[in-house]
Write a protein that binds this ligand. Structure first.
Ligand code: ZN
Length: 180
């Protein structure tokens, strides 16, 4: 749960990061930035700010802004019906962004959120900077974390069904509750 004030503050900070990364928003569009705390109630540590540009039954494009050190928790995009699951391409606009996928543990630049060792199981680190692009196949567990100054990236994908994503952390609830 986050408060309305926390939501607005995170929207403003995300919009400022996007602006600094030269991602232009329409007037008032910062209010459409979704602030996700994944039900964990510690937005600055584990959370994300996500602006959906397009989301149809076939494709999705989003801008994701992460505050300094903020982590988007480990998750994967499972199959849904005949769909093998979301294939996702990340394109970094402002880095560094620390991306973690399966493979040898090379975690060095980023850090596991305190107390959450069991919830971050893939630790093969890639340090991505502006212009770097990575495509993640459906079902592949991944998580990412902004460097100290925050990060901005595009996520281009096949159809997104965020609500059906799998998360390693059993405490995660995908829908963020905003307290007035
Ligand atoms: Zn993902």
């Amino acid at each position: 749960m986050i408060t309305r004030a926390q939501q607005r503050d995170a929207q403003e900070r995300a919009a400022a990061l996007m602006d600094a990364a030269r991602v232009r928003l329409a007037p008032g569009e910062h209010q459409a930035i979704a602030v996700a705390d994944f039900g964990l109630g510690r937005l600055e540590v584990e959370g994300a700010q996500i602006l959906t540009i397009v989301e149809t039954d076939r494709i999705a494009a989003k801008v994701i802004a992460l505050l300094g050190g903020q982590t988007l928790p480990e998750h994967w995009h499972p199959p849904v019906g005949d769909d093998p699951g979301k294939e996702e391409t990340l394109r970094v606009i402002r880095g560094p962004l620390y991306l973690y996928t399966p493979g040898p543990d090379t975690l060095a630049q980023g850090a596991i959120p305190p107390g959450k060792e069991a919830c971050y199981t893939v630790r093969h680190e890639q340090v991505l900077d502006a212009g770097d692009t990575v495509t993640l196949p459906p079902g592949l567990p991944h998580w990412f974390q902004a460097g100290p100054e925050g990060a901005v990236l595009y996520s281009f994908s096949t159809t997104a069904r965020d609500i059906l994503d799998g998360f390693t952390d059993p405490d995660i609830v995908r829908q963020t509750v905003i307290a007035e």
